[in-house]
Design a protein around this ligand. Structure first.
Ligand code: G3P
Length: 222
């Protein structure tokens, strides 16, 4: 399962990109709105793309098909490799259909059910983002949607890539991988938490202490 960073924060992206563990970044209007309002959004996203190099999802904010297509055209002028992120609404599906016809990659966002994912796939979506955490928040089992989508896709040989989004903690990353998501897009905190284990820290501390002790012994005898 590939990992993307779900962020528009340059410091986070720079730090995580340097680790070599992510192959893309997803942004959305809420993530952009958390950043400095004086920053030019286009420049920021271009910088993000330069830092990570791979997938960069850029979301439209129009809700009508013509508006979404116009925005996509604009986005592709300043970021030709962008994946256009489109909301899972009927007008969005029509935009996905047209962008697919033009061979432009799309990421259908705000998908909360397997039937929505199926519609997105049939419209031609390159990626379908299933929002796990937001379903958990309202008492549903978000990951069961990822599992259902994977099972349907495997049974029917459907092509859209399954992207587990709205990740809240490292267990979501683990469960997304077990559910067969192709990609998981994670905020900085759970992604960094997923790298840590207290036994790693304790083990490293012990290795270094033993090495220092041994070095002193060597110095004594030498
Ligand atoms: O980027 C889309 C999605 O991952 C948002 O997640 O945390 O706002 O539910 P969240």
């Amino acid at each position: 399962m590939e990992l993307y960073l779900d962020s528009a924060n340059l410091n986070e992206i720079r730090e995580v990109a340097a680790l070599g563990i992510i192959s893309g970044v997803t942004t959305n209007p809420s993530l952009i709105a958390k950043e400095d309002p004086t920053v030019d959004v286009k420049e920021r996203i271009k910088e993000i793309h330069t830092l990570v190099g791979g997938h960069t999802s850029v979301e439209v904010v129009s809700t009508d098909t013509a508006g979404m297509l116009k925005e996509a055209e604009e986005i592709l002028k300043w970021l030709p490799n962008a994946t256009i992120k489109i909301p899972m609404i009927p007008t969005g599906l029509a935009a996905v259909k047209e962008l697919t016809r033009q061979n432009i990659p799309t990421n259908v966002t705000l998908s909360f059910s397997a039937t929505q994912a199926l519609a997105a796939n049939n419209a031609g979506a390159t990626y379908v983002s299933v929002f796990v955490g937001r379903l958990d928040d309202i008492g549903y089992d978000g990951m069961s949607v990822v599992r259902d989508v994977r099972a349907i896709w495997d049974m029917q040989g459907l092509p859209s890539l399954i992207l587990a989004a709205s990740i809240r903690h490292p267990i979501h990353i683990l469960e997304a991988a077990k559910a067969g998501a192709d990609i998981s897009t994670c905020p900085y905190k759970p992604l960094m938490q997923s790298l840590k284990n207290p036994l790693t820290d304790a083990g490293l501390k012990a290795f270094l202490a033993d090495y220092e002790k041994w070095k002193k012994e060597v110095e004594k005898v030498g």
